[in-house]
Design a protein around this ligand. Structure first.
Ligand SMILES: Nc1nc2c(ncn2[C@@H]2O[C@H](COP(=O)(O)OP(=O)(O)OP(=O)(O)O)[C@@H](O)[C@H]2O)c(=O)[nH]1
Length: 169
């Protein structure tokens, strides 16, 4: 049987409850969007294989519960991750402020020099925006992260270059 992938990469999605972590993952792996909020219990994962420069890269993406009560469980998964996606909701200032706490947990529990990116989700909710795009960009620069605004709802920046009017920084 042909080998299904050349490289396995483990990614972890972190952020407050309700910022849209599960929706981002479902959109990326299955092109599905769920308008209701069903809180993740502990952790869950999904896979997607991409072709990158002729190499089959299998992404194993771990979705974590944002709720405080699951943090003991979710922190067990930091150590094995090779990349971390920190997510806030552009309509929620508190979810943005809490990125500092998520980033400090990453410093404490994830491998040294793990790659991180910052994502401001729900970019379709412009009229409800509480976090200016520049603030997200500034925070990302401070931590040396790439920054994207996304929408799992409208498919903005879920796959590269498919978000007209809202290119990644
Ligand atoms: N407008 C809008 N709503 C979104 C978007 N992404 C997610 N949502 C909504 O936000 C709510 C929470 O989404 P989830 O993906 O369940 O949130 P989560 O971060 O996984 O939450 P926990 O599992 O509790 O940590 C749901 O009602 C989603 O439909 C988006 O891009 N735009």
């Amino acid at each position: 049987m042909a080998k299904q992938y050349d490289v396995l990469v483990r990614l972890l999605i972190l952020g407050d409850s309700g910022v849209g972590k599960t929706c981002l993952l479902c959109k990326f792996t299955d092109n599905e969007f769920n308008s209701s909020h069903i809180s993740t219990i502990g952790v869950d994962f999904k896979m997607r294989t991409l072709q990158v420069d002729g190499i089959k890269v299998r992404l194993q993406i771990w979705d974590t519960a944002g709720q405080e009560r699951y943090q003991t469980i979710t922190k067990q998964y930091y150590r094995r991750s090779q990349g971390i996606i920190l997510v806030y909701d552009i309509t929620s200032s508190s979810s943005f402020q809490h990125i500092l706490k998520w980033a400090s947990d990453v410093d404490e529990f994830a491998p040294d020099k793990v790659q991180r990116i910052l994502v401001g989700n729900k970019a379709d909710e412009e009229q409800m925006r509480k976090v200016p795009k520049e603030q997200g960009s500034k925070l990302a620069k401070t931590y040396g992260m790439e920054f994207f605004e996304t929408s799992a709802c409208t498919n903005c920046n879920i796959n590269e270059g498919n978000c007209s009017g809202s290119p990644p920084f």
